[in-house]
Design a protein around this ligand. Structure first.
Ligand code: C5P
Length: 227
């Protein structure tokens, strides 16, 4: 059976990564969380004080992009690859609400996007890849054999994200998480470079009322039809 490229795009916290990981495991494919890469660049910008609540020094960040190396290393205990920033495992640090609050601004920068898109295309060049993000079916792999666009109501998504953050011990308010989800959707959909749009040939799945198993079976059926 020939390996294919599977692109999963959609709004924030739609559960793209959960289904993408399940699928990659089931098919023996590589899973790439492209959002983790934008989050890692954001963490780099925060660590170097290029961005905080009051200022955003975009030019200096762009000038320093050559110093940003992002890599993934498979963690057999977790069953997926964790993200490293300049050799340091930052998987946990990139998931905070603070990183989430800056990441969409960082993701508007064309120089950041082109550096990451190049790396993503390299990682998926041999196919056999499931990649999730915002522009995978439109920009990174416009020829992907299967494109899925995931949606769910903002409230459903915020509740899922809130539960995730609370479960890992973060102190957050639901209203702040909802605000962040809505704000990221707005910035991601309205930026000039590679805005979040459903690719014409993507299949939309609204998972507001689907269990994880139902969602997985639905996606698996689409894969089977494509192979
Ligand atoms: O997928 P996740 O929510 O972790 O992505 C974090 C942010 O990274 C998104 O809100 C978006 O601004 C940016 N992103 C992007 N293009 C991608 C993946 C993520 O612009 N392919």
């Amino acid at each position: 059976m020939n390996n294919i490229t599977i692109a999963i795009d959609g709004f924030s916290s739609t559960g793209k990564s959960t289904v993408a990981k399940q699928l990659a495991k089931h098919l023996g494919y590589i899973y790439v969380d492209s959002g983790a890469m934008y989050r890692a660049v954001t963490l780099f910008a925060m660590q170097h004080n290029f961005i905080d609540a009051k200022h955003f020094d975009r030019e200096t960040l762009v000038a320093k992009l050559a110093e940003v190396t992002i890599s993934f290393t498979f963690n057999p205990e977790l069953g997926f690859a964790e993200v490293y920033l300049n050799g340091v495992n930052v998987e946990k640090q990139i998931r905070t609400l603070e990183v989430s609050s800056f990441v969409s601004q960082i993701a508007t920068i064309p120089e950041v996007r082109s550096q990451l898109v190049k790396q993503q295309q390299q990682m998926g060049k041999d196919k056999g890849v499931v990649m999730d993000g915002r522009d995978i079916g439109t920009v990174v792999f416009p020829n992907a054999e299967l494109k899925i666009f995931m949606t769910a109501s903002a409230e459903t998504r915020a509740q899922r994200r809130f539960d995730e953050l609370v479960n890992r011990g973060d102190e957050v308010l639901y209203k702040d998480v909802l605000h962040n989800v809505q704000e990221r959707d707005y910035i991601d959909s309205n930026r000039k470079d590679s805005p979040l749009v459903k690719a014409e040939d993507a299949i939309e799945i609204d998972n507001s009322n689907l269990s994880l198993e139902e969602q997985f079976q639905k996606v698996l059926a689409l894969v089977t039809n494509t192979l």
